[in-house]
Design a protein around this ligand. Structure first.
Ligand SMILES: N[C@@H](CCC(=O)N[C@@H](CS)C(=O)NCC(=O)O)C(=O)O
Length: 204
């Protein structure tokens, strides 16, 4: 059985959803219940996956490990398609997620007018990134094509983060269509429920 170290509603929730989609046995261990979490991941971040004592850190590495190990159809076998899939996955982990980190930094470290200005400055590049995703979704239902993948799950989680901040994030109509479809999946909503967090997007 896998052990997934995570934080509710964070990027680790993407791995939680993926483990459900792959029909794997696992338990989710909240990071804050672990004494000395840095012995699991020396940089202190979630997710971390324990597979029989072998620890894997970095979300992208965990995704690639799980998809290859379980021969998931999410991962194309053709080398060109696989490269495109990995490019989109890395866009999530190395570009979109860090863009949202600027909002979390402002929330945790700034106050008042300075915080609001930082939110608004951070929202600009995020909006450009969503425009890029929205353009891709003009011609297909999901980022990787006809079938939902971990790439879409993660984008839904990042989009939900936007509800935490007092700033307007513009995602685009195709992105919203994709999100509304993905969040219908039982394994998506049950992962949020099990973590005790609400998917607040589209709720007024
Ligand atoms: N490069 C890492 C970054 C992961 C990351 O930033 N995780 C956040 C949650 S989304 C985290 O653990 N933050 C530390 C904390 O909140 O204690 C990865 O992709 O796995």
């Amino acid at each position: 059985m896998y052990k997934l170290y995570g934080l509710p509603g964070s990027c680790s929730t993407g791995i939680h959803i993926l483990l459900k989609a792959l029909e794997q046995d696992f338990e989710v261990i909240p990071k804050n219940t672990v004494d000395n979490y840095n012995t699991i991941n020396p940089v202190g971040a979630v997710p971390a996956l324990d597979d029989g004592g072998m620890i894997i850190c970095e979300g992208a590495a965990i995704v690639l490990y799980l998809l290859e190990k379980h021969k998931s159809e999410m991962m194309p076998t053709d080398v060109v398609e696989k490269s495109s899939f990995i490019q989109k996955l890395m866009f999530n982990y190395a570009t979109m997620h860090p863009a949202y980190n600027r909002l979390f930094f402002a929330m945790n470290n700034l106050k008042g007018k300075t915080q609001q200005e930082a939110y608004e400055a951070a929202a600009q590049p995020i909006n450009s990134l969503w425009k890029n995703v929205d353009d891709q979704l003009k011609s297909r239902p999901f980022v990787s094509g006809e079938k939902v993948t971990i790439i879409d799950y993660l984008l839904c989680i990042y989009a939900n983060w936007g509800t935490f901040f007092n700033v307007d994030i513009k995602r685009g109509p195709n992105v919203d269509r994709m999100i509304k479809q993905v969040i219908q999946a039982p394994y998506f909503s049950s992962a949020f429920e099990e973590e005790g967090v609400e998917f607040a997007l589209f709720k007024s």
